[in-house]
Write a protein of this length. Structure first.
Length: 257
């Protein structure tokens, strides 16, 4: 089984080799195919997604909500971070990959954004130095082992002020049958397992494994409840058979831990 550190190293490898594909796993976002049209499509998808998120928040959670200080956990190259910066006084992006953060900084600087702080992540979020009223994390926790992800969620909720809103995404079911489970076991168990699987799947030989993890949603709800949050709204996601849930919650009470 891959350790948490292996997961971090693999994510940094993806950030260094295929930063945009690592965020949205479509062939048109691979480095070799990444032209101006693809980049425009990539960032337009983030703009539309953030606008939709805030629409749901105002329709289902808090009609008057307007973020002031936002935080994105797992900001990657800035797909959501950039539209968050346009709608907030300040925004903090955190990611485990220094290569992703460097690309995010380049993208923010190219747009003249001066209200963005970027920090490398750790499980206790020690470099997040202020509380926020809006937290966003999408297609991120699914790549983190739940034993670590649950602790990170607690750390995030400690940074959310009373009245603040969090939008967090977790996967809870995967489409892997016996062949998929065997492939994952083979990748993790042998030094050449990943290159062999890449060869069979016609992927670049050096591409690291993108781990996927299922979460126990009962434990996630418990953490949110202990943090003083209400599960105000949720909707289901399905990415290539990986079933997930986006939770929209507002912190109404002080944390119970």
């Amino acid at each position: 089984m891959l350790s948490g550190n292996d997961s971090d190293r693999n994510w940094e490898k993806l950030g260094a080799s295929e930063p945009y594909f690592g965020v949205l796993t479509s062939p048109r976002f691979r480095k070799a195919a990444l032209d101006e049209k693809a980049l425009a499509e990539f960032f337009a998808s983030g703009e539309a997604f953030v606008e939709d998120l805030l629409g749901v928040v105002r329709h289902k959670v808090d009609a008057e909500f307007a973020p002031r200080h936002s935080l994105e956990f797992g900001c990657g190259v800035g797909r959501l971070l950039i539209p968050l910066a346009a709608r907030s006084e300040s925004v903090t992006g955190i990611d485990i990959s220094e290569s992703m953060l460097a690309e995010a900084r380049k993208n923010c600087d190219a747009r003249g954004l001066t209200n963005v702080a970027l920090n490398k992540s750790d499980d206790d979020l020690t470099l997040v130095d202020k509380d926020v009223d809006f937290i966003v994390s999408f297609i991120v926790f699914q790549h983190i082992p739940p034993s670590r992800g649950e602790g990170i969620l607690r750390a995030l909720m400690k940074r959310l002020v009373v009245g603040g809103v969090a939008v967090v995404h977790f996967t809870y079911g995967s489409p892997l049958g016996w062949s998929g489970r065997f492939e994952r076991w083979f990748q993790r168990s042998f030094p050449l397992g990943q290159p062999i699987v890449n060869l069979i799947n016609r992927e670049p030989l050096g591409q690291p494994q993108m781990q996927m993890y299922d979460y126990d949603l009962n434990r996630i709800f418990r953490i949110l409840g202990q943090s003083g949050c209400d599960a105000a709204h949720m909707y289901l996601t399905d990415h290539a058979g990986y079933q997930g849930m986006i939770l929209f919650v507002q912190k109404r009470l002080f944390a119970k831990f």
